[in-house]
Design a protein around this ligand. Structure first.
Ligand code: 3PG
Ligand code: MG
Length: 402
């Protein structure tokens, strides 16, 4: 991806222009209420900027995974209402995202008005990246802005095909996400460390392999560390692990060694007989996990060691928890290291970027999200970037006309 080719709408005259904004309104909703509005909050400044510049703004998005037809359970209406609340201005909602009535509704928007269209995935053409569906969407606007980094790993009509049909730009949130990733991975201040946690080595093979070639220190936590222990012949009792991936762990360690990247595993661990809130737990050396116990968190020596490692680094990338943080007391390792990273960041000593999957929930639980340099709103797209993959939604913007 030639990121230098990305263009923004800065300096463009947008007065009365119909601007289609691909946003990611895929937020958690329960009983018709948005339960985490982070993605919406991050979109608001960009939408307000377009409105202030006199654009007629048409927001498009997917929501959940409906089966290619209308399904009230996946309607974007409650999300549109919440977005209107955050904008302090009600948005116009179109119950179908393409077709003549929607075209008329969009044409009737006043400069500065914002519309949200119903879930793109109610149409089979969206996920098929169908050029005809993209054409129907493109008819609604004069220019296209993609502000959905978190959907950029999908080659769908609203992220890929549409960028071939209209002058296409990267939105401010898209740029923010890309800049943060470039800052930690592509042009970092060294030394750099990556904390990679989570349950499975198998879901992060490409991430670990790619990072081993990019960072100086790879700190492994979570149940995936257990597979590394197994590969080294260390007993792990009843712990969760992937014996089928012992060879993968060895390959990753080998690749890291060749690249002079140090792979760092826990020294001591917190064990219990089962994963249960308030379970009796104790700390043991990582080499001495009893046969009837399972590893559920990293121990205090490990936390101190990891803290020392990131203290010597200038740049930190974080993806995944170090233990079973959702169940007390097994979040202590994750929370303590997250607080350390936040303190170093606040002191101006560390650039810290986190994202992907459970990571944001873990940092929220640690209460440090706003003290990291940047916390991504993306799950899969963040991980695919860490894998070194081309994200089709971004690649399409680098090729687009303006
Ligand atoms: C996400 O929540 O990760 C994005 O909105 C993409 O959603 P998807 O995984 O359903 O494509
Ligand atoms: Mg996803």
């Amino acid at each position: 991806m030639d990121l230098d080719k990305l263009k923004t709408t800065d300096g463009l005259d947008l007065k009365a222009k119909r601007v289609i904004v691909r946003a990611d309104l895929n937020v958690p909703v329960k009983d018709g209420n948005v339960t985490d509005a982070t993605r919406l909050e991050r979109l608001v400044p960009g939408l307000q900027d377009l409105a202030k510049r006199g654009a007629r703004v048409i927001v498009i998005s997917h929501f959940g995974r409906p089966k290619g037809g209308p399904d009230p359970q996946f309607s974007l209406k409650p999300v549109a209402d919440k977005l209107g609340e955050l904008l302090a201005h009600p948005v116009v909602f179109a119950g179908v995202c393409v077709g003549e009535p929607t075209e008329r509704m969009v044409a009737a928007l006043l400069p500065g008005q914002i519309a949200v269209l119903e879930n793109l995935r109610f149409h089979k053409g969206e996920e098929k990246n169908d050029p005809e569906f993209a054409k129907a969407l493109a008819k609604l606007g004069d220019i296209f802005v993609n502000d959905a980094f978190s959907a950029a790993h999908r080659a769908h009509a609203s992220t890929e095909a549409i960028a071939r049909l209209l002058p296409a730009y990267a939105g401010p949130l898209m740029m923010e996400e890309i800049d943060a990733l470039v800052r930690v991975l592509e042009k970092p201040e060294r030394p750099t460390a990556a904390v990679i946690g989570g349950a499975k080595v198998s879901s992060k093979i490409a991430v670990l392999t790619n990072l081993a070639a990019k960072v100086d220190m790879l700190i492994i936590g979570g149940a995936m560390a257990n597979t590394f222990f197994l590969a080294e012949g260390v007993g792990i009792g009843k712990s969760l692990a992937e014996p089928d991936h012992m060879h993968t762990a060895l390959e990753i360690m080998h690749a890291a060694k060749q690249r002079h990247c140090e792979v760092i595993l826990p020294h001591d661990v917190v064990v219990a007989a089962k994963l249960e809130g308030g379970a009796r737990s104790r700390v043991v050396p990582a080499l001495e996990t009893p046969a009837d116990q399972m590893i559920l968190d990293v121990g205090p020596k490990t936390i101190a060691h990891y803290a020392g490692v990131i203290g010597r680094c200038k740049t930190l990338l974080w993806n995944g928890p170090l233990g079973a943080f959702e169940v007390a007391p097994f979040g202590q390792g994750t929370f303590a290291l997250a607080r350390e990273a936040a303190a170093l960041t606040t002191a101006g000593k560390l650039v810290s970027v986190a994202g992907g999957g459970d990571t944001v929930a873990a940092l929220n639980a640690a209460g440090v999200t706003d003290r990291f340099t940047y916390v991504s709103t993306a799950g899969g797209a963040f991980l695919e970037w860490l894998e070194g993959s081309t994200l089709p939604g971004i690649a399409a913007l680098t090729r687009a006309q303006s």
